[in-house]
Design a protein around this ligand. Structure first.
Ligand SMILES: Cc1cc2nc3c(=O)[nH]c(=O)nc-3n(C[C@H](O)[C@H](O)[C@H](O)COP(=O)(O)OP(=O)(O)OC[C@H]3O[C@@H](n4cnc5c(N)ncnc54)[C@H](O)[C@@H]3O)c2cc1C
Length: 370
């Protein structure tokens, strides 16, 4: 089968890798180099965790993705997954973390209630009900991972083209006038997907911030886990690869056109510092080393999009990462490849069409702690 994939983010590049290594002809098109920071997958790091509240399917998919990221590491020799663990800060017994714990246990995925105070250089837990530690979760070197996926796809025979593309019926028209055709065409265009298919996909593209603080050597220790405070809509990591201690407010940011320049002003710094003061007091006055902005492409219910075009046979739309798509890339690709090659069914929740707002599957929670 010959497949044209437009978009070399985690979804498109994973699909290119998956299809190329199973013997299919692949052409991967992107307007940027893989890993460009204007793409949502272009950040240095992204969390990988299996906790998804009561969502068993996303839980299993994240676990499968972990196996596939490890496979990509073995195949390429790249060091992509930092297994530092993820600590979830729970404010109640009936919340996201307790539901996650039940789902993880049911699937045999390691998770334990753990007093994590000794793991962090500075920690306050007096407002927490418990902490759930996922020891085999951690952080992916995202930009490097996407570059590796594209490179490995090429090793398996894929052709990578740098061009801006637009759909023309069932074909792909490049900005230099070249037309690409395939047995299947997949549009995996991140924040641009809804612009390209406005009648089929609803995505809100927003500006999000990541802040990096100078926490000193203690925060560079390997045992410091990544962390999520779902109800406070905050998450972060230790100082990985010398980037600084990462802390981010995960509430929905202001709308941002996919083609607009990314402005790195640290508008969320006061809220993030307030959280650091509460949770990691030693970081309250840490120097802000860097601020980075990037885009979310949010579906109304935070479920992904993976579905055939209703009018053009062989054309598929893939995306709607909704702030939690990165980790799932290779596992989503495996499922989509099975759908493309053998007609395997995909969950109804990935379908096109109307969706109702739902609780977030990213690390945002309600953002309100009662
Ligand atoms: C700040 C931040 C933190 C996040 N944290 C996490 C996390 O911790 N864990 C996690 O799992 N996920 C996280 N995510 C979400 C995750 O990064 C995204 O869901 C995922 O990267 C989306 O991948 P994608 O392939 O759909 O889109 P993209 O990475 O944007 O890829 C789409 C590609 O399509 C190309 N393209 C678009 N239109 C065209 C066109 N017309 N012609 C040619 N090329 C085109 C673009 O150039 C781009 O390279 C986070 C996202 C952000 C912004």
């Amino acid at each position: 089968m010959d497949v044209v994939i437009v978009g070399a983010g985690t979804f498109g590049a994973s699909l290119a890798w998956q299809l190329a290594r199973t013997g299919h002809g692949v052409t991967l098109v992107d307007q940027f180099e893989p890993g460009d920071r204007r793409a949502t997958s272009g950040g240095e790091t992204r969390l990988i965790r299996c906790s998804h509240g009561a969502h068993a399917d996303y839980t299993a998919m994240a676990r499968r993705a972990r196996t596939l990221w490890r496979e990509l590491e073995r195949e390429s020799g790249a060091d992509l997954l930092i297994e530092c663990g993820v600590a979830w800060f729970a404010h109640r017994e009936d919340g996201w973390e307790a539901a996650s714990e039940r789902t993880l246990v049911a699937q045999g995925i390691p998770a334990e209630r753990h007093d994590v105070a000794s793991l962090f250089p500075s920690f306050r837990s007096d407002d927490l009900t418990f902490t759930l530690l996922e020891p085999e979760a951690g952080v992916l070197r995202a930009q490097r991972a996407v570059q590796t996926l594209a490179a490995q796809a090429t090793t398996h025979g894929a052709r990578v083209i740098r061009a801006r593309a637009r759909p023309d019926g069932a074909t792909v028209l490049l900005d230099d006038g070249m037309r690409l055709e395939g047995d299947v065409v997949v549009w995996a265009c991140g924040g641009w997907l809804a612009q390209l298919f406005p009648l089929l996909v609803t995505l809100k593209v927003t500006r999000q911030e990541l802040l990096f603080f100078d926490g000193g050597p203690a925060w560079q220790a390997a045992e410091v886990p990544a962390w999520v405070d779902y109800d406070h809509a905050m998450y972060g990591t230790s100082d990985l690869d010398g980037l600084g201690v990462k802390a981010a407010l995960d509430l929905e940011g202001p709308p941002l056109d996919p083609d607009a320049a990314l402005d790195d002003a640290p508008t969320t710094e006061p809220a993030v510092r307030e959280y650091l003061r509460l949770r990691f007091p030693a970081l309250e006055h840490a120097l802000l080393a860097e601020a980075r902005s990037c885009r979310y492409e949010l579906s109304p219910d935070s479920h992904f999009v993976a579905a055939p075009h209703p009018e053009h046979a062989g054309v598929w739309l893939l995306g709607g990462g909704s702030g939690h798509g990165f980790k799932h890339g290779p596992a989503m690709a495996e499922r989509v490849a099975a759908a493309l090659c053998g007609g395997a069914p995909l969950p109804e929740r990935f379908a096109l069409g109307e969706r109702s707002p739902a609780n977030s599957l990213r690390t945002a929670g309600s953002g309100v702690v009662s």
